[in-house]
Design a protein around this ligand. Structure first.
Ligand code: FMN
Length: 197
């Protein structure tokens, strides 16, 4: 598509492209696991490795984060879109989501948060900071470890997006999309031979 220079203001709103779909898993005071779909999420520091997730105070996940100061992040693959959406519709205040989805779990060995079975990748995070932004509280979680499903790392160290098959969320139209084709190598395709880096 050829874009023109004409821009039309649609006002400030929480709109960005694309939004990831991650699942935040926590324990409550009775060690019942809860899982919540989160798109207000991102990686935010390399050293130490950290992620941030913004959560409304009404969520059960918020209460659990305040209680335990830790969480796991499950990366759902395309095949899990129904389960992921379910965790974003129903609240752990009313529904035992692991039970409803028939998901098994164990306790993480390094943090007080559930390790839910059946996901390609899982991050174990400890909350190191909390920022009040308005509607949402942003939790910064330091990544203490990442567990990868063995089937994804047999011949390589780090699985690719093609292996994991995560999907993205279009918050403007409230729809999920898969991730498309390979476009090029990062830090390479934009190189210009006549300019030094
Ligand atoms: C795709 C999607 C993304 C979402 N992202 C967030 C988010 O980043 N932060 C948030 O507070 N709620 C988000 N929600 C809403 C919560 O997932 C939803 O309110 C959920 O029921 C909360 O569960 P809980 O009460 O068990 O924590 C999202 C929902 C969907 C469907």
């Amino acid at each position: 598509m050829n874009y023109t220079n004409e821009l039309i203001s649609i006002g400030p709103r929480a709109l960005s492209y694309p939004n990831p779909v991650m699942l935040i898993a926590t324990f409550d005071e009775n060690k019942i696991p809860d899982i919540m779909a989160a798109s207000w999420y991102g990686i935010c520091c390399s050293e130490p490795p950290c992620v941030n997730v913004s959560v409304r105070k009404a969520r059960k996940t918020y209460d659990n984060l305040i209680l335990n100061n830790c969480f796991t992040v499950l990366v759902p693959s395309e095949e899990m879109v129904m389960e992921a959406d379910f965790t974003g519709i129903y609240s752990g205040h009313k529904v035992d989501k692991c039970k409803e989805l028939d998901l098994k779990y164990t306790n993480s060995e390094i943090i007080d948060a559930p390790v839910i079975e059946g996901f390609p990748i899982l991050l174990e995070c400890k909350v190191i900071n909390k920022i009040e932004l308005g509607s949402h509280t942003q939790f910064i979680g330091r990544i203490l470890d990442i567990k990868v499903n063995k089937s994804l790392i047999e011949n390589k160290k780090i699985p690719t997006i093609k292996d994991v098959k995560p999907f993205v969320y279009d918050s403007g139209t409230r729809a999920y999309y898969s991730i498309g084709k390979f476009l090029g190598d990062a830090y390479k395709i934009g190189l210009k031979s006549n300019i030094n880096t």
